[in-house]
Design a protein around this ligand. Structure first.
Ligand code: ATP
Length: 584
């Protein structure tokens, strides 16, 4: 009964959010006949193992209606509501206080107006309230700051007026009230925030703003003058913004052009083709055929594939599909006549000698680690260096994060497992006991593959030279701290859900963190993850800090991969304990 009431309430809530689009509920799978907790309701997740809705995330859906809080608050354990980047209008109804378990409320970038209901202060569990970019007006209710657990309050770009001197900032970790019409002295403790969080309020004064509050109030100026000033300031701001926008457009256009220029070969060609069809000076099909018997003897099989007698000749003749052409050569998917699916990396332009290469491959075959993709076989002559791996049908971490179209969610716990696995694999490479460390040199999310059981496997280990001699091309790139930096970027991709291809992820994360908007960097999918409890968010922030240390500009300041692995493992164990505890 109760469940049905909740279902119908939520459907009506959604209908009121999108009055112009009656089909939306159906499109999102919100039907009275289906269960919100069985995964068919998009944007809804439930408390693990229960029928209780925990979060509702309906960002960027062009919703243009209004919020009916009474309908929204029916599920008694509702903790997260996110309706960002829509066109919602009307006010935030006082009945929002009925969502008594609410911890996070995100309403930024809508057209909401009216004053904030003071009943918000009854939300004792509220931790984050984000209402930036709306048209809210009136005073900020000071009671809001008495919610003990409130750590984030972002209300920039609204029309709030009046004083905020009664605000208690002791517990707040993130605050932004910039670009409103607030006035008067700033509250105590404001100095712990950057002044940009108060900017754009001409009437505010006191630390950290440059305007001092001490001088007696100046004679009130005639209204006309201040209006003129305001118009002038707005004109300047508008002019500035237009200029910045213009620059941004240019940069984006340039980046787009660069990325298409430099990566045409990443397009996967579906046509099956013979994979060494082009006769080259040193190596042609005819020369390959002529010496095939010699060559088949020299394919070194390190990890036999069951039921297959792998021979070079067959590899060369098998139909192949080019998967990519990267910095270190081309990659082909090959299917043998016995049905084995393999990939062959054909290494090009590589300065390492045949002996070095063989030594490296054999060393890699002795050193096994659960997160390192083993080399199946390799071939090495003066003209060709080939490395054969098993094809991993679950693809790479890059694909899973950035090209996963079937909406299957990549949970916080699995991301944490990937981070633990990858850092442990890199630490192993760097410390490998069997004579000399190996640096990867080309670590990135497309080189992390996922096994059948979704275990992360680092591919292409030992393919780059770790010789630090400056005479080796690109050797400057190849040091353990460079791998650690790459590890940091992979962590950032996992935490933000954003790709670092054609996008300066590091710069973006740094800018968001500098503005003290830390939580805004996280992937929204993580927000909706029903298994991620309140403690998980703290662990996300700690991992973000680990990632930021990994990408420190000074290589000497970065932690070692082993230290990273230990930190991640600790967080992973904590997460497991908390899930076990919650389930108990
Ligand atoms: N063993 C494998 N199984 C399945 N897919 C793979 C395997 N190895 C690589 N891939 C995928 O094939 C694609 C092409 O790989 P390739 O190594 O050529 O590209 P890259 O990683 O971008 O370049 P590079 O490593 O040379 O810098 C990538 O998306 C990669 O994730």
């Amino acid at each position: 009964e109760e469940e049905e009431v909740i279902r119908l309430s939520l459907i009506s809530f959604l209908q009121k959010l999108s009055p112009g689009d009656p089909k939306l509920a159906g499109e999102l799978g919100w039907t009275a006949a289906s269960d919100p907790c069985l995964g068919s309701w998009r944007g809804v997740s439930c408390v693990k193992g229960t029928q209780s809705v925990r979060s509702i995330v309906l960002d960027s859906l062009r919703l243009n209606g209004s919020i009916d809080a009474e309908l929204l608050c029916r599920p008694s354990l509702l903790a997260v509501v996110s309706l960002r980047d829509n066109f919602l209008a009307g006010n935030l109804p006082p009945a929002i206080a009925q969502c008594s378990r609410l911890t996070q409320l995100y309403l930024s970038n809508n057209h909401l107006s009216g004053s904030l209901p003071s009943s918000l202060s009854q939300l004792h569990s509220l931790k984050r309230l984000v209402i930036s970019g709306n048209s809210f007006s009136g005073e900020l209710p000071p009671e809001l700051s008495t919610i003990p657990g409130l750590v984030t309050f972002l209300a920039d770009r609204n029309n709030f007026t009046g004083p905020i001197s009664d605000f208690d900032l002791a517990n707040l970790q993130q605050l932004n009230v910039s670009f409103n019409q607030l006035a008067g002295p700033l509250p105590e403790n404001s100095g712990k925030f950057d002044q940009s969080n108060f900017a754009g309020n001409p009437g505010l004064c006191g630390d950290p703003l440059p305007e001092k509050c001490t001088p007696p109030p100046a004679k009130p100026k005639p209204k006309k003058l201040s209006l003129r000033k305001a118009i002038m300031v707005s004109a300047y701001v508008l002019l500035g913004l237009t200029f910045v926008l213009f620059l941004l457009c240019k940069v984006v256009r340039k980046q787009k052009k660069n990325s298409t220029d430099s990566l045409p070969s990443h397009k996967i060609d579906d046509k099956m083709q013979f994979w060494i069809p082009r006769p080259t000076k040193d190596f042609s099909i005819s020369s390959a055929t002529k010496s095939a018997s010699v060559m088949s003897n020299s394919l070194v099989v390190l990890n036999p594939v069951r039921g297959e007698d792998l021979r070079l000749e067959e590899l060369l003749r098998a139909p192949a599909q080019q998967l990519g052409r990267g910095r270190f050569g081309s990659l082909y998917k090959v299917e043998t006549s016995g049905g084995a699916e393999l990939v062959v990396k054909r290494i090009k332009d590589w300065s390492v000698t045949k002996e070095d290469f063989e030594r490296k491959m054999e060393k890699m075959s002795r050193e096994r680690h659960p997160n390192i993709l083993p080399v199946t076989a390799f071939y090495c002559s003066n003209q060709e260096k080939l490395v054969v791996y098993q094809y991993q049908k679950n693809g790479s971490l890059f694909t899973l994060l950035h090209e996963n179209r079937d909406g299957q969610s990549f949970t916080w716990a699995s991301r944490l497992n990937v981070m633990a696995g990858v850092s442990s694999g890199v630490a192993f490479l760097h410390q490998s006991p069997a004579g000399g460390a190996v640096t990867h040199g080309n670590l990135k999310s497309s080189n992390i593959l996922l096994s059948d059981s979704m275990t992360p496997l680092i591919s292409e280990c030992g393919l780059t030279s770790h010789n630090s001699s400056p005479s080796v091309a690109g050797a400057g790139d190849q040091s353990p701290p460079t791998d650690v930096r790459a590890l940091g970027i992979i962590f950032l991709e996992l935490l933000t859900g954003k790709s670092s291809r054609g996008f300066d992820l590091v710069q973006w994360v740094n800018s968001v963190v500098r503005e003290e908007w830390t939580v805004e960097v996280f992937d929204r999918a993580l927000l909706a993850d029903s298994e991620a409890d309140d403690g998980s968010e703290g662990r996300m922030v700690r991992l973000l800090k680990v990632a930021l240390r990994c990408i420190d500009l000074s290589p000497a300041a970065r932690p070692t991969a082993a230290q990273v692995a230990a930190m991640v493992e600790e967080l992973r164990e904590e997460e497991e304990r908390s899930v076990a505890f919650a389930g108990a």
